[in-house]
Design a binder for this molecule. Structure first.
Ligand code: ATP
Ligand code: MG
Length: 284
């Protein structure tokens, strides 16, 4: 396979995903990123949509290869504020891929059985196996986000979790998992509009959860928690990408680029055919 930047497969505009990546150990300021921006992309909306369609075709091929080869494991972690676009992003990513090789794991409020264990117990049980892609809809990062903001454990308890998470992800990577972590970054105004839409549209009412308003009240505390979590755990082997997500067409393009470029970076090939395949005859 070719490397991530060779682009042998289509003649699209270049999208520099490195601009969305948070460098390990760098001073990271979430508030310096404008959720309205289209960082790394010079084209317009139509060009973005055309490029996204092509990328999704490529993603299908790469996922098929990953599944057929059965060697690599891919973990895609998605975090966002409520109405940040996780569901839409997951629908977008899964469009066209082979469902046999892709799974979504959603992490809700822990059950009593989950709370009776360490916080990574339920997470480790969902990580991808050989040839699989697993999308985490929320993740172990809730244990340093909602848990911190809503004071569910003491400060010294959530603080030491950054270290656990770095080690946990190192373990997964050492054992053959590729990890990509994305924060969908929307503005507080955008969230208001999306929540209002859930109130106004009968077909979206089911998505409205009054508890989302409690989290909205603590917006600034959440931004601090996201900023620290990302700064503490973005590493070369398990990087965070912060994707400005007010514009859905840009968000979809960025996500497709990140996934395609990540999969292109894996050294994959189809498993060898049985040696005598050319001489085999299918009986009538
Ligand atoms: P949507 O964005 O469509 O509302 P969702 O991801 O918010 O979907 P919900 O079932 O509404 O799904 O909410 C899941 C809730 O569980 C979130 O409020 C989240 O913060 C909470 N949660 C997840 N993990 C934990 C955890 N470890 N501790 C406490 N709360 C958690
Ligand atoms: Mg919710």
């Amino acid at each position: 396979m070719s490397g991530p930047t060779d682009r042998p497969f289509y003649a699209g505009l270049m999208f520099d995903i490195a601009k969305l990546k948070v460098a390990e150990g760098a001073k990271f300021k979430l508030r310096s990123i404008d959720p309205q921006e289209t960082i790394g992309w010079d084209g317009d909306r139509e060009e973005a949509q055309a490029q996204t369609r092509e990328l999704n075709g490529r993603l299908e091929e790469l996922q098929e290869l990953l599944y057929a080869e059965g060697v690599h494991r891919v973990l895609f972690v998605l975090q966002a504020m409520d109405a940040g676009g996780k569901d839409g992003t997951i629908r977008h990513v899964l469009e066209g891929v082979n469902p046999a090789g892709v799974k979504v794991a959603s992490f809700k409020k822990p059950s009593s059985a989950e709370l009776a264990h360490d916080y990574l117990w339920r997470v480790h049980a969902q990580v991808p196996g050989n040839g699989e892609v697993v999308v985490f809809n929320r993740s172990h990062y809730e244990d340093v986000l909602v848990v911190r903001v809503m004071d569910l454990v003491a400060k010294d308890v959530w603080k030491r979790r950054y270290h656990h998470i770095r080690c946990f992800e190192r373990l997964l990577v050492d054992e053959g998992t590729t990890i990509v972590k994305v924060m969908l970054h929307i503005s507080k105004d955008e969230q208001r509009e999306r929540l209002q839409d859930r109130l106004d549209r009968p077909d979206k009412n089911w998505k409205f959860d009054p508890r989302d308003l409690l989290a909205r009240e603590k917006w600034d505390a959440y931004m601090d928690a996201f900023e620290d979590a990302i700064a503490e755990t973005s590493t070369a082997h398990a990087p965070w990408y912060v994707v400005p997500a007010n514009r859905k067409w840009y968000r979809n393009l960025a996500i497709s680029e990140i996934l395609v470029q990540t999969l292109e970076g894996l050294d994959m090939s189809y498993p060898p055919a049985p040696p005598d395949i050319r001489s085999m005859v299918i009986p009538d």
